[in-house]
Design a protein around this ligand. Structure first.
Ligand code: GUN
Length: 284
């Protein structure tokens, strides 16, 4: 038996059709949804992600504003730009592509973004609201993962979810989102002894580490749902996930591919949050 593939590309297409309708409705009411994207430095991966986000915005009718700065920009200059965007009525969402150069404090940048324009869901106010179950912008990758699992008709209540990775962007919040859905959640990370013994307990295994193919069939319970958040570029230039797709698909019940899995869903949830930010402004 080989795993059923959950296609992020397909699900993203369906959701984006609905978002394009929402964008058109807002436009008919005189509001063009706007997303400001800030890119600092010239990391090729960040540049490519930003390009993908802009293309997706254009396709569904969100106006994207791109601001690029050299890696030498000072933190104060960057904060001043964000404050300007906070006050700009044409901008409904603000995204600062991470990571930032070492001399800029990430938390200081995130805390400067107005929470109502924080479409990444990274501001401590939005993180706190997410954890206590209040309405908030949900972080895009974790929200995309949840949508993929739900779209496959997988029951989450009472299931054991094991998250490998504890980043602020993916690992920590994705565990919280599944806890909200009544899963039993375990976090594993680089200091976890005997990782396979932990991951083999998972009904739903979510891997967000950023190391090529570190999860093999020995980590997976037969029939488990395996969600691969990793995007790693091999020397050949090919992309691969944190999960060894070819061997794990012989053990897992459901799997997400890389590329074409979580990636398109991350962008889709960013579009969703931007439309929502514009709608909230329209309702004010
Ligand atoms: N870098 C990697 N993933 C993300 C993301 O979802 N948002 C931002 N702003 N930066 C990232």
């Amino acid at each position: 038996m080989t795993a059923q593939i959950i296609s992020g590309t397909e699900l993203a297409k369906t959701i984006r059709t609905g978002l394009a309708d929402e964008a058109a409705k807002l436009k008919a009411n005189g509001i063009e949804p706007g997303l400001a994207v800030i890119l600092v430095g010239d990391d090729p991966a960040s540049r490519s992600y930003v390009k993908g986000k802009q293309k997706a915005c254009a396709e569904i009718g969100i106006h994207s504003f791109l601001y690029t700065y050299p890696a030498t920009i000072s933190e104060e200059e960057l904060l001043a730009k964000i404050r300007g965007l906070n006050a700009d009525p044409a901008v409904h969402g603000i995204l600062v592509q991470l990571p930032l150069p070492d001399h800029i404090r990430e938390w200081s940048v995130i805390e400067t973004i107005a929470p109502e324009k924080d479409v990444d869901g990274f501001h401590p106010i939005n993180v706190g609201k997410m954890v206590i179950g209040q309405p908030a912008f949900l972080p895009c990758t974790p929200h995309g993962v949840l949508m993929m699992v739900k779209s496959a008709g997988i029951d989450i209540v009472g299931k054991h979810v094991v998250v490998v990775g504890r980043s602020n962007i993916v690992g920590k919040p994705v565990g919280q989102l599944f806890l909200r859905e009544h899963a039993t959640v375990t976090y594993a990370h680089s200091k976890t002894p005997d990782l396979p013994a932990v991951t083999r307990q998972a009904d739903i295994l979510i891997v967000a580490v950023g190391k090529a193919r570190i999860i093999g069939p020995e980590h997976v319970k037969p029939g488990a749902v395996v969600i691969d958040v990793g995007v790693n570029r091999l020397e050949s230039g090919k992309l691969c996930g944190d999960v060894d797709f070819d061997t794990v698909k012989e053990v897992a019940g459901f799997m997400t591919p890389v590329p074409g899995g979580v990636g398109p869903m991350t962008i889709t949830m960013l579009l969703h949050n931007t439309i929502e930010a514009a709608r909230q402004l329209a309702a004010k």
